[in-house]
Design a protein around this ligand. Sequence first.
Ligand SMILES: Cc1ncc(COP(=O)(O)O)c(C=O)c1O
Length: 385
Amino acid sequence: MIHFDSHIKSKLPGAKTTIFTQMSALANELNAINLSQGFPNFDVSPDLIELVHKAMKDGHNQYAPMQGLPELREELSEAFSRNYGLKYDANTEITITSGATQAIYAAITTVINEGDEVIVIEPAFDIYAPTIRMNGGTPRPYKLQGEDFHIKWAELRRLITRNTKLIIINTPHNPTSTVLSKKDMEELDKMTRGTDILVLSDEVYEHIIFDGLKHQSIAAFPNLAERSFIIGSFGKTFHVTGWKTGFCLAPEKLMSEFRKVHQNVVFAGNRPMQTALAAYMHNPENYMDINLMYSEKRDYFLELMKSSRFTPLPSKGTYFQLFKYDRISDEPELDFAMRMTKEYGVATIPLSYFYSDNYDNKILRFCFAKTDETLENASELLCKI
Ligand SMILES: Cc1ncc(COP(=O)(O)O)c(C=O)c1O
């Protein structure tokens, strides 16, 4: 008999099923409206679906090259050069991955070893810290405070030690829906210049930014780009989160090491989707105005929620909207989110989940990447609370 408990040393002791899985399961079980997990519930472009169908019928069903399909890497290289002014070499500096999740795993695994420290800005997307730990590193959380969630760079800088190997940034930001400004990027540049600190820039919501704001990609800051991985996701841009197709951009020295990890984790991403995405991306009109579609959804949702007792916080990007509920209840976020799902039929995510110390400020995250009908039905229920 194998003694699993003593024989297997858990890489992630204490890790539980994520809140997204838990809340989505609860929503399904109770037939509640699911505004918890971040995924669109509207249709994907029929043209894009047709392109996948065609790719499959045309026989593009075997392994893609390890780095990803050359046509798709070329499209990304063109898009980053056009949008942010930096040309990444499609052959040596771009890799297609199985979602941004796998790109983040590979990037962190590439650079983090035992004893390394990583600055993680909290509240943070939940995969960063476990991936750092699996590689023997230590996350050093910097906690965003107040309700504007702005970075105070002088405070963040104090977390740097001689073991700091990486800082992770995410703009537009999940879960707070804030965006980094040009000034923030200049501060990051000042802070890292002359050091060996690397940057992982999670830009999966690069095209979902509102109110005329401009996405500040690392690619628009050549000095920062020299030390950075940029991570993106086709799932977010083309409303196909289930395809799990993403990418990583990095200077050749970083990318060649990244590919050593990537090829031993998945070898290559999904082939027919890559063929279809390359053809679809060729026309920037297919995605460059999704910010308008999403800002209309945000505005519509806010209008519908006007008569509720929830207080909205500004949403500048992503497809999330935070609401404070302190005028309704003083229950902890998780309890209130659970009760809202059970008693009122709407599932959300407690913001406390994204802090390592479960900091609780009576705020919930709502996903508005939903049809008008879903938003109308949800807000009708929410306005009764
Ligand atoms: C900030 C952030 N990074 C990465 C991901 C993962 O993207 P993908 O679905 O392409 O793996 C998500 C998905 O929710 C996200 O919100």
